[in-house]
Design a protein around this ligand. Sequence first.
Ligand code: FE
Ligand code: FE
Ligand code: ZN
Length: 277
Amino acid sequence: MLYIGSHISSSKGYAAMGRQAIKLGASTFAFFTRNPRGGKAKEIRETDVRKYLEIAEEQKFGPIVAHAPYTLNACAAKEDLRVFARETMADDLQRMEYIPGNYYNFHPGSHVGQGAEIGIEKIAEVLNDVLLPEQTTTVLLETMAGKGSEVGRSFEELRAILDRVKLQEKMGVCLDTCHVWDAGYDIVHDLDGVLQEFDRVIGLNRLKAIHINDSMNPLGAHKDRHEKIGQGHIGMDAFVRIINHPALCHLPFVLETPNDDDGWAQEIAMLRAEYTQ
Ligand code: FE
Ligand code: FE
Ligand code: ZN
C-alpha cells in the first residue's frame, strides 16, 4: 500500500479534506493547521471531525501530515516572534488531538545571523515548552534546503535539535526530497548512501514522512524551488527508487509540487503505477 497524497485546503474543515483526498486518489495528505502565513485557526466542529475519522478509517488512510505555518520561526532573534511560534505550536498540538496519532511537521527556523548553534538551542527550547507527555501527535522536523540562514540544512543540525529535546519519543523527521537535494545530498546517484548517512546521524527509526518534490535546481544549490515530479533535476527514475526503497516504501509521501488538483491527481496515479512493493 503506497501512502501518497498532496496538500489539501483545510478551509472547509476535516470531512471536506477527506472527501477531497478520495477525489485525488490519495491515501494520505497534508494540510495547513491555519493560514500558512499565520493568524488565527478555525474553530473545530466535533461532528466534522467525527465524519472525517469515519472517512479515514473506511479509506484506510495512512498517517496524515499537518504542516505548521511556514512563517513560524522558533529561533527568531526577536523574543515576540519566538513567543508567537511557541503559542501557535502549542495551540496546533492541542487541536491535533482531535485527530489523534498523526504528524505535525514544521520548518525548524532561520537563525537570522545568530548562528546555527544558537538557532538549535532556541528551537529545542520551544519544543521543550510545547511538547506534552500525553500528546499522541509526533512532531516532525523538516529537512531544509539551507537557503538563507535556515537551520536543519544537514542531518547533523537536525540531530543536534533532537538531542536537546526532553520528550524524544514525541519527535521525528520529515525528509523533503527537494530540500535534501538542494542541501547537497545526492539522492539521485546514491540514495542508499544518503539513507545510510541519515541512519548513522539521526537513525532511520526517526524518519516518519517524505515530502516528495522535484527540484528546479541542481544538487547543492541551496535554493528550495519545487518542481513537478519528473520535470526537475531529480527526475522520475530517482522517484521510482525512492517510493520503492525498503527503508521508505511504508512512509506517507506528500506532494508539494506546483500543481492544481488535476496535476496532483495525475502525479498520484503516476507514482502509484510505479509502486511495486
Ligand atoms: Fe515544508
Ligand atoms: Fe516540504
Ligand atoms: Zn520547500
